[in-house]
Write a new protein. Structure first.
Length: 139
C-alpha cells in the first residue's frame, strides 16, 4: 500500500468564505499515482471546515445566511469564548456544523463522486494563513 501526504495553504482575505479545492485535491491524487484507495481532506484549524456539496453560488449564499442565523458573529459579548479577548466564537460553532473533514473513494485514479459533488474549504475566521491536510492511501 502507498501513502501520500500534502498540505494545502489558504489565506482568505475576508472573515468568511468558501473555496472550491477540488482541482488542488485532484492534483494531489495525480501526484500520488494511487489508482484505488481513499483520500482524506481535513481542515487543520478549528475555525475552518472541509465539506462536499454543489459549486453553486446561490447555495453558498444560503450557507452564509443559515450559518449566521445558527451562530451569529455579533454580539460578540454573548459568547464566553470571546472573554479571552477574541471575537471568533461563532467560527468554532460554524466549523462544528460544517464539519472537519471528508473522505472520498478513489477509483481508477479519479475521485469517485456523485453528480455535482465538489470539495470545499470553508473559512469562518479568515484573514490569516491556514492549512488543509490531504492524505491518500491505496494502491
Amino acid at each position: 500500500m502507498k501513502s501520500y501526504r500534502k498540505e494545502l495553504w489558504f489565506n482568505i482575505s475576508t472573515r468568511r468564505g468558501f473555496v472550491n479545492i477540488t482541482p488542488q485535491v485532484e492534483t494531489c491524487l495525480y501526484e500520488s499515482e494511487i489508482q484505488e484507495g481513499l483520500i482524506l481532506i481535513s481542515a487543520m484549524h478549528i475555525t475552518a471546515s472541509v465539506f462536499i456539496n454543489d459549486d453553486e453560488s446561490g447555495l453558498h449564499q444560503d450557507y452564509e445566511k443559515w450559518l449566521e442565523k445558527l451562530a451569529p458573529h455579533e454580539p460578540v459579548g454573548e459568547y464566553r469564548h470571546n472573554d479571552t479577548g477574541e471575537d471568533n466564537a461563532d467560527a468554532y460553532m460554524k466549523r462544528q456544523i460544517m464539519g472537519r473533514e471528508v473522505v472520498v473513494a478513489v477509483t481508477g485514479g479519479k475521485l469517485d463522486f456523485g453528480p455535482w459533488e465538489q470539495i470545499f474549504y470553508g473559512e469562518f475566521d479568515g484573514r490569516r494563513r491556514k492549512r488543509v491536510l490531504v492524505k491518500i492511501i491505496g494502491e
